[in-house]
Design a protein around this ligand. Structure first.
Ligand SMILES: [Zn+2]
Length: 462
């Protein structure tokens, strides 16, 4: 059954038609890869895929042989590509494996971009077309330019994507574009983008509504991006017609720190004015389940992180205590003093017990209430969190905790191609695993379009 056969009365239809968390690179299907690679498979440099796959899975695939054998009728190409590309729960929540499978796409698209006339437009064009065909009526697409040393390439990449988005808007289908900034050095990329938007890129401004912080979050605390985010808010205030709202992936993969710190990061990102927060698994996954993952990694964190946690607890003492969290101020101040002279990179070890788990649950409640008050929106991505985010079971998926809270919430597919799960399936997954009826779920979520970007520009002459 295709979406067009879906009953018009589906209470979740609006949620299946509004995609607010998706990356262009994650949109391509097995069929796309076959179509794009078939004419060129002997010329494609497959090494980035083969090497990454060998190190992640211990097997060295030979894509040229796949295509040769498929042409001779000896192999099911779609099945072989699916096996080496679609990332499922059977792969385990292992980012190296995800990257290895993603590199199959990278090898094919690199060739497309560098050697095939018109190949550069193929990616965004297909990503948009997939959404249109799947019945999506509004999509905000994000994309991250991998290199950080190539200003010209950065602008060219985002310009092509924004043009594709502009050109796709017709017949009731609307799309917008959100460039991702590199977490390690967002400032120069942001400056480049801003100055381009004020100059050569001005005509594309109506389609570029925000910036996104994505990819590996460990090592990049929101507090380190505070100046950057302040600068973006300042620029938005000075020129609302060109406002760029902030999308921020946080609390997705956080094995480098305690569960308390991971909760705090989500709260901090909202506090810093991010309009929407990607994933926030840390706010919704039960701490007892979270703590057992990866050999109890959450028991360890750096002195720096612990100091920041103490500062947070002291600053939020009243609110935390109201939520039932113990904040022993004198003991925390003493600990803070003791940590003052220590190397910030040293790892501290603090084991969990049932009491501490219960305290983390209350911290989650507090942070969710604060995010609700601030008005930031959580974007929850079911398959992505199950397969990459180390969520151990559907019942433990953070989306259920979010549904129980009052936080503004949307459902996104994140990478519908490599997860082989389009938005409508993601929404159905939530409907099938929550205790709410589809109608009650739709009422709880409200109109997803209210959470799209662009509100800062409303009422301002472009
Ligand atoms: Zn994402």
């Amino acid at each position: 059954m295709t979406h067009t056969d879906a009953p018009a009365t589906d209470p979740l239809a609006a949620h299946k038609a509004c995609e607010l968390h998706v990356h262009i690179g994650g949109c391509f299907s097995v069929h796309d890869l076959i179509e794009l690679a078939t004419p060129w498979y002997r010329d494609i440099d497959w090494s980035c895929f083969v090497d990454a796959f060998a190190s992640a899975y211990g097997l060295r695939p030979d894509p040229v042989e796949w295509f040769d054998r498929a042409a001779a009728g000896e192999l099911d190409l779609a099945e072989t590509i699916r096996h080496h590309f679609v990332f499922t729960e059977a792969d385990g929540p292992d980012f190296a494996r995800f990257q290895a499978k993603f590199n199959l796409l990278i090898a094919i698209f690199r060739h497309q971009i560098r050697h095939v006339p018109g190949g550069e437009q193929e990616g965004p064009r297909r990503a948009l077309e997939h959404h249109r065909l799947a019945g999506v009526r509004y999509v905000e697409l994000r994309a991250n330019y991998m290199r950080t040393d190539d200003d010209e390439g950065f602008l060219h990449f985002h310009r092509l994507n924004a043009e594709a988005v502009r050109d796709a808007c017709s017949g009731g289908f609307e799309a917008r574009y959100v460039p991702s900034l590199p977490r390690a050095a967002p400032g120069p990329a942001y400056d480049l983008l801003r100055s381009w938007l004020a100059d050569d890129g001005q005509a594309l401004q109506p389609w570029i509504l925000g910036v996104d912080f994505c990819a590996v979050e460990e090592g990049f605390p929101p507090c380190a991006a505070a100046d950057m985010l302040q600068r973006i808010h300042g620029d938005n205030d000075a020129d609302p017609a060109c406002a760029l709202e902030i999308l921020y992936h946080v609390g997705e993969i956080y094995f480098d720190k305690s569960l308390e710190s991971a909760v705090r990061w989500c709260h901090e990102a909202a506090d810093l004015g991010a309009r929407r927060l990607g994933h926030c698994i840390a706010l919704g996954l039960d701490p007892a389940a979270a703590a057992t993952r990866r050999g109890g990694s959450h028991e360890r964190e750096t002195v720096t992180e612990r100091r920041q946690q103490i500062d947070y607890d002291l600053a939020h003492r009243q609110g935390l205590e109201d939520a039932g969290v113990e904040v022993p101020a004198a003991a925390l101040q003493t600990e803070r003093e003791q940590l003052r002279s220590r190397d910030g990179d040293v790892l501290l070890h603090r084991p969990y017990d049932e009491h501490r788990f219960e305290q983390v649950r209350r911290r989650q409640t507090y942070a969710l209430e604060q995010i609700t008050r601030i008005g930031a929106v959580i974007e929850s991505c079911p398959s992505s969190n199950m397969r990459l985010g180390n969520v151990p079971s559907p019942a433990l998926h953070p989306v259920h905790r979010f549904i129980e809270s009052d936080v503004d919430l949307v459902i996104g597919a994140d990478d519908p191609g490599i997860f082989a799960s389009p938005l409508r399936d993601e929404v159905d997954w939530v409907a099938n695993t929550t205790h709410l009826t589809p109608k009650a779920l739709a009422e709880r979520l409200g109109d997803p379009l209210q959470h799209r970007l662009g509100r800062l520009r409303e009422g301002v002459a472009q």
